[in-house]
Design a protein around this ligand. Structure first.
Ligand SMILES: C[C@H](O)[C@H](O)[C@@H](O)[C@@H](O)C(=O)O
Ligand SMILES: [Mg+2]
Length: 399
């Protein structure tokens, strides 16, 4: 088996893995409730407070036989620095097979300043690249490395402002961004409910409708919103609270209507973080495989959830979660983020970063049987390697 010769970290701006990094006029930056909404100047746009401040991090790992694997996540230049200046030393020179040991060393060596957030994004990026590389070396798709498919195809719900179109496109449900939080008072709450009611009229009674609250609420507001939304058949309330307030999650679970699900996890990391969410009332966990610790940690998180009888529906991360969902019995469906600026058509989630990025058709997807995660970097996307440990004039290779 080949050994890893080099790890390289690149940054990319404009879409990609940091999918909030979009141009003006995109729905994903149009008055969506956030914890920052208590400050009026940050209420109309999440980019105004820096939701896209990091940008995309691309990690390449090259083996001594020339095979190159890559992974992508949100991390930008600080993430690239962590990869090149710290994590690379635990990967370079190692057999491509020894992913568990590399993961353990990356995590333990950074635990004094990492544990979650950007460092776990960087570790996840390296981990995804390692799984991609192993698949390419073994000429197998990642889902085969994970034990094979437990279903023939994936089914998706769609995230975006147009569940009515998502229903026509064959998705099993539509997750709306919540637009107003506590800072906008009763008027905002009424506007939320009016929008939900109008959408329910458009999609009918059987189509799933969910709200993504992006950490914007408190227990009292979420309780009042949920009980009113229960009359409209809201299927789940997603990430209503700040991720670290596990105790508020437990209290909100106690107050929610019995049939409404509480979901969370996209901003959580590691098995320990998800253990807390599972033990504090969350019904479906939604780790992002590019943020929670990568495939290696998500395997542990998923098994823990299964032991709790809970489903794992990863936060949309394109092919990086599709291979995982395909191979897990307790991942019955997946998320697809509608990244067209008006959410009126299906476009690749990480556009323009990945060539051959598969997208659902009629809300379904058969994962391509290509080695690794089955995608290549778009050769038209320029990769910048800000912390090269070689001659900085060396051309950035994408292959
Ligand atoms: C639509 C939400 O506000 C976020 O932008 C979204 O990325 C995330 O929360 C999701 O669940 O897709
Ligand atoms: Mg979400």
């Amino acid at each position: 088996m080949p050994r890893i010769r080099q790890v390289r970290a690149y940054v990319v701006r404009g879409g990609g893995a940091d999918y909030h990094d979009q141009g003006a006029g995109h729905w994903i930056d149009d008055h969506i409730a956030t914890p920052m909404a208590r400050y009026p100047q940050y209420r109309g746009s999440r980019q105004a407070f820096g939701i896209n401040v990091l940008g995309t991090l691309v990690v390449q790992v090259e083996a001594d036989d020339g095979t190159v694997g890559f992974g992508v996540t949100t991390g930008g230049e600080p993430g690239a620095w962590i990869v090149e200046r710290h994590l690379a030393r635990f990967v370079e020179g190692q057999p491509v097979t020894d992913i568990e040991r590399m993961w353990d060393q990356m995590f333990l060596a950074s635990v004094h300043y990492g544990r979650k957030g950007l460092v776990l994004n960087a570790i996840s990026g390296v981990d995804l690249a390692l799984w991609d590389l192993l698949g390419r070396v073994r000429e197998e798709p990642v889902y085969q490395l994970l034990g094979g498919a437990v279903r023939d195809e994936l089914v998706f719900y769609a995230t975006g402002p147009r569940p009515d179109l998502a229903r026509q496109l064959g998705f099993i449900g539509g997750k709306l961004p919540l637009r107003h939080g506590p800072a906008e008072g009763s008027d905002g709450l009424r506007a939320n409910l009016a929008a939900l009611g109008a959408m329910r009229e458009k999609v009918g009674d059987d189509f799933w409708l969910m709200w993504d609250c992006w950490m914007a609420l408190d227990v009292d507001y979420a309780t009042r919103l949920a009980h009113a939304a229960d009359d409209v058949g809201l299927r789940w309330l997603e990430e209503p609270l700040l991720p670290d307030d596990y105790w508020a999650h437990a209290e909100l679970r106690r107050r929610l209507p019995a049939r409404m699900l509480l979901t969370a996890g996209e901003h959580e990391a590691t098995r320990w973080g998800f253990r807390l969410l599972l033990e504090h009332g969350v019904d479906i966990i939604q780790p992002d495989v590019g943020w929670c610790g990568g495939i290696t940690e998500l395997l542990r998180i998923s098994a823990l959830a299964d032991a709790h009888g809970k489903a794992v529906v990863p936060h949309g991360s394109s092919v990086y979660s599709y291979h995982f969902v395909l191979s897990r019995p307790n991942s019955p469906f997946a998320e697809f983020l509608m990244m067209h600026p008006d959410a009126t058509e299906v476009v690749p989630m990480m556009s323009p970063l990945l060539a051959d990025e598969p997208v659902p058709r009629d809300g379904r997807l058969t994962v391509p049987d290509r080695p690794g995660f089955g995608v290549e970097l778009n050769p038209d996307v320029s990769l910048v390697r800000p912390f090269s440990r070689e001659d900085p004039r060396a051309p950035a290779t994408t292959g």
